[in-house]
Design a protein around this ligand. Structure first.
Ligand code: TMP
Length: 252
């Protein structure tokens, strides 16, 4: 089904194909999982299907509260139609609780609540391992303007508030997440919208009662039950009923 289309870009977890009309693309979710800049790799059967649904669910909810994003509609189990954007080469990370690279960098015990939500920017470049950058680098190298950064930060905090509430309501703590933004042009004017995906690949999600990890750290840290955990997130969000029966029945 996907073989004849023109491939625009292939990343580690997704492929972008040309869309049915100008200004659109098809985003295909692979089962591939990578960590540590692809030094660790696996195929996790069903991951793409679950992430396609979770990202659809989250993007649709965000659009409903006025957070403009690239999602147009889901096409099938692994694909969604999206708006074509010029990706801003930044990974925007928002953190509520210390974990991962922040814990390492600043010597903070994982699980320590942060005094306030913290936004970090990484330069999206696999060869360099997505290094942390400051606003100074972003504006000096023209990746985004000061106004763009203000918009991105305001939008990120709004997304954080919404997602914290959405996951909190189903007993999941949003520890941190990574998002990406893209530029869309309307004549001579551009605006920045949320792009990429929001899924357990790109968030840290802990069970609010047990602190059990329900996200990609299960893969990164060899904790097992990766798909089971992603499925649990989908189940709590109420979207398992829409999943193909092979996944509903359990893959492992
Ligand atoms: P970090 O603590 O490893 O910097 O990760 C912060 C958040 O960003 C976490 O939710 C996982 C997510 N993330 C990605 O989505 N892609 C990546 O390549 C990395 C390193 C982290």
């Amino acid at each position: 089904m996907t073989t004849r289309r023109k491939k625009i870009y292939e990343g580690k977890a997704k492929i972008l194909y040309e869309g049915p009309e100008p200004g659109t693309l098809i985003q295909y979710f692979k089962d591939d999982a990578t960590a540590f800049n692809a030094q660790k790799k696996a195929v996790l059967e069903g991951k793409g299907v679950i992430n396609n649904r979770i990202s659809e669910f989250v993007m649709t909810k965000l659009a409903a509260i006025g957070v403009h994003n690239h999602f147009i509609r889901r096409l099938n189990h692994r694909e969604q139609l999206i708006k074509e954007v010029e990706i801003i080469p930044l990974e925007v990370i928002c953190r509520n609780i210390a974990a991962g690279s922040l814990s390492k960098r600043l010597g903070l015990e994982e699980g320590t609540p942060l005094p306030r939500s913290i936004i970090e920017f990484c330069y999206k470049n696999d060869e360099l391992g997505d290094p942390l950058v400051a606003e100074e680098h972003i504006t000096a190298f023209n990746w985004a303007t000061t106004q763009d950064i203000d918009d991105i930060m305001a939008s990120t905090l709004r997304i954080n508030d919404f997602l914290t509430g959405m996951f909190g309501a189903v007993g999941i703590t949003l520890v941190d997440f990574k998002i990406e933004f893209g530029r869309v042009w309307e004549g001579d004017f551009s605006r920045i919208i949320l792009a990429d995906e929001i899924s357990p690949d790109s968030c840290r999600l802990w069970d609010s009662t047990t602190n059990e990890k329900l996200d990609k750290d299960r893969f990164r840290r060899d904790l097992g039950d990766v798909i089971e955990s992603y499925t649990e997130v989908a189940r709590r969000l109420g979207i398992m009923k829409d999943m193909p029966t092979v996944i509903q029945g359990g893959l492992h």
